[in-house]
Design a protein around this ligand. Sequence first.
Ligand code: ADP
Ligand code: MG
Length: 491
Amino acid sequence: MTVTRSLQVIEPTPLRAEVIHGFGRGSKVLGFPTANMRIRWDTNEPSSPLTDEESAVLSFARDINTGIYAAYACVDDGPDPGVYKVAMSVGWNPTFDDLKTKTIEPWILHDYDEDFYGCHLRLLVVAYIRPEVKFNSFDELIQEIRADGDFCSMQLDTPELSALRSHSFFAPRPALPVLDCAAIASAESAEDPAIRALHGACIESGFFVIENHGVSNQLIDRAFDAATGFFSLSDEEKAQHQATAESGYKGYTPVGGSHNCSPNSVAPERKETFYFGGQGGWTETVVDYQVEGFGDVCVEFHSEMLKVSRTLFKGLSLALGCEADFFETHAGQDPAANVLLATYPPVNSGETSCGAHTDCGFLTMLCSNGGRGLQVRSTDGTWISVASSRYKFVCNLGDLAAYWSNGVYQSTPHRVQNDSTTDRQSWIFFNNLDPNAQIKPIGAEAQELEAMTCGEYVSRKLQSMRNNFKDCPETDVKDPEWSEVVEAKAL
Ligand code: ADP
Ligand code: MG
């Protein structure tokens, strides 16, 4: 059978999808691994609407002619960040007869050290090469795939196509700095590299990630299991533990039952929460409810996170040029430390999970059951989507920290939008310092700033957020700020 190839350049088409397991025969039978891309054929599944990326991949698979294409690809967060040439098959691979649906299978013309199932592949399809052909033998198929690879490789090296390697689709993505908490714990001065990194992150955005924090993976796993157990209780059962103004908003709040995080979110934000903690002596208030071990895990999680926050306070004291125990001595002895357990169900069109806001307290640390959803506003106003990790904590400074630091540190707006298909769950720890401690803005003349306690500062801000919910007009449905979101590197 003669196969002819020619280059038909097409409008560069960006596709991004997860790499999933196929039949494994690319590498085993043919000797050419092809990274199968996830295609959402279940488009009518109302509980999980397609994301923009999924729609783009689906329409490409549906509409484009079957055959071999040339492309460039890079694997997000994979073994290797390079942009490489690709020979790609789109279709049913008629030489095999067990394929029920079309596939998109890029053979990246590069040797990777390891597999990258579960990673996302960015693919820029740039040319059509030849139609799909049914070969009579595997030998023939193998020979032609090799020739496809050679042809694509040569064409993709021409200056015209090669320029597309620097297409904005492959632009490096921003990432939050990842800080080593153990190094912060052992640092002794502002010059220590760990403290300089912390200082830099707090000046830049107040957002950073910590690893090596000492909270065990096992505790975190137990925490997520317990929370899943709690949120799976019936509405009636959960309603027995309803948060109220009298309970200090501690307890359970259903979707739509609490204030919105942003005054621009006009529809009730799609979050279901359980709130607990406080100053010392709160532990009696959390019990198991109907979930075995729930109360214990809440208490343990709180106490472990409190330790981590003390380490960060020490780091922040040094970073701001104070003695290591500055925050601990002035405001850290009996802090108001609370935990918000939040479940964000997938949003429907027009809904938000949690609108743009800054945190009103001092320090927030969260771990999430993975996936994307958290978005942080960058200095140029674009929103950066930050992947969450179960075992590394995303930390951020709130307004109280910005105030204490006399504006040197940032309290940056962020929001949550769960446009995935599964619930996002977060354990969010807030340390808002001792409510009775007088705020001593560092470096400010005493008379420049209003004398205030930490408690006064935080409750003023909180009250204005709670008022926002009552004042919600019912008209437009969406925060006008929702716009293009840039994906950050996964942790
Ligand atoms: P499957 O049938 O699951 O696609 P393959 O035998 O075709 O299995 O192997 C594909 C897997 O090999 C990809 O998912 C990827 O993780 C890995 N892989 C390693 N190198 C490459 C490469 N150069 N191009 C595509 N996939 C590669
Ligand atoms: Mg394959």
